[in-house]
Ligand binder design. Sequence first.
Ligand SMILES: Cc1cc2nc3c(=O)[nH]c(=O)nc-3n(C[C@H](O)[C@H](O)[C@H](O)COP(=O)(O)OP(=O)(O)OC[C@H]3O[C@@H](n4cnc5c(N)ncnc54)[C@H](O)[C@@H]3O)c2cc1C
Length: 396
Amino acid sequence: MTKTIRTQVGIIGSGPAGLLLSHLLHQQGIETIILERQSREHVEGRIRAGVLEQGTAWLMREAGVNERLDREGLVHDGVSLAFGGRMERIDFKAHTGKGVIVYGQTEMTRDFIQARLDAGGSIEFEAPALAVEDYRTGSPRIVYQKNGETQELSCDFVAGCDGFHGVARESIPAEQLTLYEKVYPFAWLGILADVPPVNDELIYVNHERGFALCSMRSHTRSRYYIQCSFDDKVENWSDDAFWDELRCRLPPSAVEKLVTGQRLEMSITPLRGFVAEPMSFGKLFLAGDAAHIMPPTGAKGLNLAASDVFYLSRALIAYYAEKRTDLLDRYSETALRRVWGSIRFSLWYTGLLHKFGDDPFNHRLQMADLAYLTSSEAAGTAFAENYVGLPFEKFE
Ligand SMILES: Cc1cc2nc3c(=O)[nH]c(=O)nc-3n(C[C@H](O)[C@H](O)[C@H](O)COP(=O)(O)OP(=O)(O)OC[C@H]3O[C@@H](n4cnc5c(N)ncnc54)[C@H](O)[C@@H]3O)c2cc1C
């Protein structure tokens, strides 16, 4: 016989979106259960994003999960752009009064899992959701598997926070979704190593051999990326081959400071822009990568997951506190406005920095665009505003 458990909000996925949502709701006395396909070790070991907008950091503080963030997060007030033999800095602080915080998604995930468990929260690891049912009418149910048995989680609402390959979006009939997609013919090969970063801030590189990015997780742990072919494989790259290619693409001042070391991790990230509309279906709400993904160039994926949760948590809190449904009704259109704003920036920034074949015309345009961006006060302000993160809309 199928075992059924019950909660107020059933959440699929214990990535940043699911964990943040669960903790924000918990603080308002709203009960949640998170179903997670993977083991805790797997989820806590995944290496992904690392740049937090101020709005994301603010939400972590609102959730009270900021002790390590405030101690270990690195505040960055600008980035450098290297192109055509030059390196120019854009000062976020001077343009907007704001900066960003470098803090690994891996660390954020560990902090939230610990906080949920310390607060008595329920995360069912190794419990893959199979389908979401009855989300249009009545009481929605998540069918999932645990210890080889099929079980059901019955709830008032379902939050599909289960990433791009999850089942929440898959549970919606295809004809009710509009999908927008742009796939790039290249990817990022990334290395994580315990070596000090070449620079105190990120360096984005447009080079004739292809894009490169110098990023970091701490003063002693660096994350570097180089553009590679979309069908390249990690097995094709030794550590030495990676460092040699990176050296070719970096400006001389960075090469001088480059410290190389053994990989802790190496992976390939495909570049893609994708949006599924709408983000709500009756009592099923999509948040984060379940509804949209974007190329990582502008560091927006994780931050958009957080802004979706900002809107969704407020809508659910208003429902339980005052029986209001208007915010739930407006969730999709409100979240999507910020999604498209971030997609616009991420795709433009990707186009500015990557090598698209051997087209010299396109390269000249990129150089002109970069020269303008790094010399015009107005262009610098527009860039900084987008990079530090567009503000959350008022939503009450
Ligand atoms: C390799 C990689 C590198 C990235 N690098 C960057 C970067 O540098 N900068 C940036 O901003 N963004 C980056 N991103 C994007 C960023 O990490 C995501 O936008 C962010 O993780 C979104 O959070 P999320 O909670 O929506 O989804 P996820 O983090 O994907 O979490 C979804 C969770 O749902 C679980 N799940 C899936 N299916 C099921 C199921 N059927 N049942 C139960 N659980 C399920 C998954 O195991 C996972 O734990 C990267 C992404 C990847 C994959």
